[in-house]
Design a protein around this ligand. Structure first.
Ligand SMILES: *Cc1c(COP(=O)(O)O)cnc(C)c1O
Length: 404
């Protein structure tokens, strides 16, 4: 039972979610993981002082480099994604920053989606150019546009599927093959919406998977975190830079909470999907609703890809309304009784938020007019982003009916 965490013994997903990375504590025989808040650890033999000396050392030395609860969580995530290793960070954005800034250098070129998670879109737009890293914004659902954007110095293709907030998908397997064939070293996939229950990007050819643990994997809206999963050699190298030099590490308490949340990820995802499908069908039929984007509906423009790439359609959807969105949003703030009008997603609690097109185009995207027009064609004046929780879908439907 004290087998080193991280060993993936061929367990089924539900079993790995509960047991991977965990073990009976040899000192106390505790069945559940102990919370270990200690920042420093007393070595049994004299070790070096530099983090470089700690590489390969089996025990823990200092909390920024590794600590028990964080390493247990990493082992569980690696098992769930089918990866060799994982690194955890203080937020999803810290994980994205670690991969992007840990892997790219001045003079490198990066391809990012033309509409993806705003924090990462803004990192690419505002921060990376100051360090000499140029980004191209591409509709990654169109493989020929990605092919056309690759340059001799393109070192990373960043994907997100389904994308926040558009619900557009991209074909990870086809894009990873294209990128690698054309000499792009790294393919990284932000798989926060999909979770490893739906899609395992490493098995489709990606080099790195990034998660906001704040969302489905933690699942309860009470702990922020992020993770990167991939090959051990690359993550060991990244660990030196990203944790030792950047320092955006995960707190043991958050790791402990997220570890507990992750145990129920497979059953929660089934409940999210079941409720979301029912809510999506209700919205699609509702006279006040003009359009619903949910990968599990036949009406999703990429439903065929969703069926091929996602084993679970997740709980995320967007919808557009005939009445102006801000007026409905104002009613949601006042009149919703169950669903919270709030940002974030993937919690057991349902959440909804209005994302206006003017707002996102001025705050986040800085694209050419043709790309802005295409986003508007897709999203209209804006979309409601709905994260369907694990409540009874009939109650959620009654709540939505109240404000629509
Ligand atoms: C929320 C989110 C992030 C950022 O995660 P934080 O934990 O909030 O830093 C990144 N990508 C996607 C798709 C997200 O939804």
């Amino acid at each position: 039972m004290t087998e080193k965490p991280g060993s993936n013994r061929g367990w089924h997903t539900e079993t790995a979610a509960v047991h991977a990375g965990e073990f009976v504590d040899p000192a106390t025989r505790a069945s559940s993981p102990n919370l270990v808040m200690s920042v420093t650890f007393a070595p049994e033999t004299v070790t070096g002082f530099s983090a470089r000396d700690e590489q390969g050392y089996e025990g823990f030395v200092y909390g920024r480099v590794s600590s028990p609860n964080v390493s247990q969580l990493g082992a569980k995530l690696a098992a769930l994604e089918g990866g060799e290793a994982a690194l955890c960070f203080g937020s999803g954005v810290a994980a994205a920053h670690a991969v992007i800034c840990g892997r790219l250098s001045c003079g490198d070129h990066l391809i990012v989606p033309d509409a993806n998670y705003v924090g990462i879109a803004e990192l690419a737009r505002d921060t990376l150019p100051r360090f000499g890293i140029e980004a191209s914004y591409v509709d990654v659902s169109r493989i020929e546009e990605v092919a056309a954007a690759i340059r001799p110095n393109t070192r990373m293709l960043w994907l997100e599927t389904p994308a926040n907030p558009t619900m557009k998908l991209c074909d990870i397997e086809a894009l990873a093959k294209l990128a690698h064939d054309r000499g792009v070293r790294d393919v990284a996939v932000d798989s926060t919406y999909a979770t490893p229950i739906a899609t395992q990007p490493l098995k489709l050819g990606a080099d790195f998977v990034v998660h906001s643990l704040t969302k489905y994997i933690g699942g309860h809206g009470d702990a922020m975190g992020g993770a990167v999963i991939g090959r051990k050699a690359e993550l060991d190298a990244l660990n030196l830079e990203a944790t030792v030099h950047f320092g955006g590490v995960l707190s043991p308490f958050n790791a402990w909470l997220i570890l507990r949340g992750a145990a129920t990820l497979p059953i929660r995802m089934r409940a999210h999907e079941e409720a979301a499908l029912k809510v999506a069908r209700f919205l699609e039929e509702h006279p006040a609703v003009s359009r619903v984007f949910y990968p599990g509906l036949a009406s999703h423009p990429q439903h065929e890809l969703a069926e091929r790439q996602m084993r679970n359609f997740s709980g995320m959807m967007t919808f557009q309304t005939k009445e102006a969105g801000p007026a409905i949003a104002a009613r949601m703030v006042k009149d919703l009784e169950i669903i919270h009008y709030a940002v974030s997603l993937g919690h057991h609690r349902s959440l909804v938020y209005w994302i206006g097109t003017d707002d996102i185009q001025t705050s986040t995207f800085r694209h050419d007019p043709d790309q802005l027009r295409r986003y508007r064609d897709y999203a209209g004046d804006g979309v409601f982003r709905l994260s369907v929780g694990i409540e009874n879908p009939d109650d959620l439907i009654a709540d939505l009916a109240r404000v629509l």
